[in-house]
Design a protein around this ligand. Structure first.
Ligand code: NAD
Length: 502
C-alpha cells in the first residue's frame, strides 16, 4: 500500500489538521523502506482513524545512523542555554495547540477529551518546561584528596538513546523521555506504540520548527517485535529507555545485554491502597476511585488492589460503588460530561473482560459493573463498565496480575502487619497508598511498603519534579525530577596531575 506522507483529517469536534504518516528521520517525513504501514483504530468506534508507515530493521538503521551523525555537532555546537530555549519553545507549541492535541489524543487513544486527554497535554508542557530549566544546570564535581592531584567529573550525554513508549499516554510518556534526554544533550530515536502512533508524529514536526538540528530527534512508528527489537540490539544505541509491560521489559533487558546498553524500564504494577480504621473515609473513597478509574484503569501505577480495615470494609464498598456509579459516567470521548472512555483496543477490552470472568470464577463478589458496556453506539467501541470486586483472596489471579482496566479488587485486613503483608504480596512494586489520620503510623508503613512510590492520603499523585518508578518487577531506574535527568548522563572522570612527580 502506498500512502501519502500526510493527509487531511477532520476530528469529530470539527477541528482540522494534516496528519503526518511518514517516519520522522533527519527532520523529514519519509516512507518506510519496504513500504509497510500500520492502521490506528478508533477505540470509541472500532473504525480505522488513519494509517502510518511502519519502520522495520532497515528503517531503524537509517534513524540510528541519523542520530549518530547528529551527535557530535549537537554536543559541540549547542550550549545548555540553547537546548533549554528550544525545549521551552516545544512547550510553547504544545500550549498553543493544547486543544487540538487533546482532541487528537482522545480520538486515537480513547481518553475523554475534556476530562482526561487535555491534562496529558498539560503534563507534556510541564515536562518540557521543567527539563528546559535543567539544560543549563547539568554540572559535574570537583574531587580533591591529595593537594598534588585534582579530579573533576563531567556529566556527559550518553549518546544515541532508543526510547520505546506504550499506548496509555502516547504523548506524555514520550515527553517524559524526550525532554530529559534532550536537556542532557543526547540524540534520540523514539518508537511510539503501534496502537497509538498519530499524535506523536504530529508533534514530531515541532522539533524541526523550533530549531533542533536534523537527526537529533527521530520519531518512528512500528511494531515492537520488528522496529522495537531492532533498536534494542543496535550496536550504535547506547541506552534504551522503555515504558510498557513487564513481559516486554524483561525481553528488552535481555536484548540490550549483548551490547551492554544502559537500560531504564518503567513496567507494570499492581499497586495496593490501604485504608486504616482511622482514615477519612470520604477522602479514601474519592481517591480510591481516582486511583483505578482514571484513564479507564490503563495506568501503570493505578491502585488496583484495595485493602480496607474489617471495621469499615462493607461501608467502604458501599460508598465506593455509589461514588463510582455517580461520578464516573461512561461514554464516547467527546461527550463533556463523561469520564470513562473505551479501552484502547479490542484486544485490551477482551483481555480485561477475560479477567472479569476469571475473578467471578475464582469466587470474588461483583459489587459494581462486571460486564462490557454495549448500550447503543457504545457497542461499536471497546467499553468495559467500571467494575468493583470484593472479598478477594491473595492467591487470586485478579489480585496478582495486572489487569490494566477499570477493575479494582477489594479485600480486608485486621492488623497493620497483615495490611503490609497483603500489600507486599505480589511481584510488583510501583505505587502504593495509605489512608490514615495517624501521621506517625503513616510514615512507618511507608517505610515498610515495597514500592517506588507511596501516597499518604492520596493516590496516583505525580509531579514532574518528583521521581517516578518502581522496584521488584515494576522496573529499573526512575523518570522525572533530577533523578530522571541523571539517567541520561554519565560521569567522565578527569584526573589532573598538579605535582605528583614520578
Ligand atoms: P507493551 O509492553 O506491549 O508495549 C510497550 C512498547 O514496547 C510498545 O511500543 C511496543 O511496540 C514495544 N514492544 C513490544 N514488544 C517489543 C519487543 N519485543 N522489543 C521491543 N519493543 C517491544 O506494553 P503496552 O501494552 O503498550 O502498555 C501497557 C503496559 O505498560 C502495562 O503493563 C503498563 O503497566 C505499562 N506502563 C508502565 C508505566 C510505568 O511508568 N511504569 C507507564 C505506562 C505503562
Amino acid at each position: 500500500m502506498s500512502l501519502e506522507l500526510s493527509y487531511p483529517v477532520t476530528l469529530p469536534d470539527g477541528q482540522k489538521f494534516d496528519q503526518p504518516s511518514g517516519l520522522f528521520i533527519n527532520n523529514e517525513f519519509v516512507k518506510s523502506k519496504a513500504g509497510k504501514t500500520l492502521d490506528s483504530i478508533n477505540p470509541s468506534t472500532g473504525e480505522v482513524n488513519g494509517s502510518v508507515y511502519a519502520a522495520e530493521k532497515e528503517d531503524i538503521d537509517v534513524a540510528v545512523a541519523a542520530a549518530k551523525q547528529a551527535l557530535p555537532g549537537w554536543k559541540k555546537n549547542f550550549t545548555g542555554v540553547q537546548r533549554g530555549i528550544m525545549l521551552n519553545k516545544i512547550a510553547d507549541k504544545l500550549q498553543e495547540q493544547r486543544d487540538l492535541l487533546g482532541a487528537m489524543e482522545a480520538w486515537d487513544s480513547g481518553k475523554n477529551k475534556d476530562n482526561n486527554a487535555v491534562f496529558d497535554i498539560d503534563e507534556c508542557i510541564s515536562t518540557f518546561r521543567y527539563y528546559a530549566g535543567w539544560a543549563d544546570k547539568i554540572t559535574g564535581r570537583l574531587i580533591q584528596n591529595d593537594p598534588k592531584k585534582l579530579a573533576y567529573t563531567v556529566h556527559e550525554p550518553i549518546g544515541v538513546v532508543g526510547q520505546i513508549v506504550p499506548w496509555n499516554y502516547p504523548l506524555a510518556m514520550s515527553a517524559w523521555k524526550l525532554a530529559p534526554a534532550l536537556a542532557a544533550g543526547n540524540c534520540v530515536v523514539l518508537k511510539t506504540s503501534e496502537i497509538t502512533p498519530l499524535s506523536m508524529l504530529y508533534v514530531a514536526q515541532f522539533f524541526k520548527e523550533v530549531g533542533f538540528p536534523a537527526g537529533v530527534v527521530n520519531i518512528v512508528s512500528g511494531y515492537g517485535a520488528t522496529a522495537g527489537s531492532a533498536l534494542c540490539v543496535h550496536p550504535d544505541v547506547a541506552k534504551i529507555a522503555f515504558t510498557g509491560s513487564t513481559a516486554t521489559g524483561k525481553l528488552i533487558a535481555k536484548m540490550a545485554a549483548d551490547t551492554m546498553k544502559l537500560v531504564t524500564l518503567e513496567c507494570g504494577g499492581k499497586s495496593p491502597l490501604i485504608i486504616r480504621q482511622d482514615a477519612d473515609l470520604e477522602q479514601a473513597v474519592k481517591w480510591a476511585a481516582v486511583g483505578i478509574m482514571s484513564n479507564q484503569g490503563q495506568v501503570c501505577c493505578s491502585t488496583s488492589r484495595i485493602y480496607a480495615h474489617e471495621s469499615i470494609y462493607e461501608q467502604f464498598l458501599q460508598d465506593l460503588a455509589a461514588h463510582v456509579a455517580k461520578e464516573y459516567k461512561q461514554g464516547t470521548v467527546f461527550e463533556p460530561d463523561c469520564v470513562v472512555g473505551p479501552q484502547v483496543s479490542r484486544l485490551q477490552r477482551d483481555k480485561v473482560f477475560n479477567y472479569i470472568e476469571i475473578g467471578r470464577s475464582e469466587g470474588a463478589r461483583v459489587v459494581l459493573g462486571g460486564e462490557k458496556n454495549e448500550q447503543g453506539d457504545l457497542s461499536k467501541g471497546f467499553f468495559i463498565k467500571p467494575t468493583i470486586f470484593a472479598d478477594v483472596k491473595p492467591e487470586m489471579r485478579i489480585v496478582q496480575e495486572e489487569i490494566f482496566g477499570p477493575v479494582v479488587s477489594v479485600g480486608k485486613f485486621s492488623t497493620d502487619d497483615e495490611a503490609i503483608e497483603l500489600a507486599n504480596g505480589t511481584s510488583y512494586g510501583l505505587g502504593s497508598a495509605i489512608f490514615t489520620r495517624d501521621i506517625e503510623k503513616a510514615h512507618v508503613m511507608a517505610g515498610e511498603i515495597e514500592a517506588g512510590m507511596v501516597w499518604i492520603n492520596s493516590s496516583n499523585d505525580s509531579d514532574v519534579r518528583i521521581p517516578f518508578g518502581g522496584v521488584k518487577m515494576s522496573g529499573v531506574g526512575r523518570e522525572l525530577g533530577e533523578y530522571g535527568l541523571s539517567m541520561y548522563t554519565q560521569a567522565k572522570a578527569v584526573h589532573v596531575n598538579i605535582g605528583l612527580k614520578l
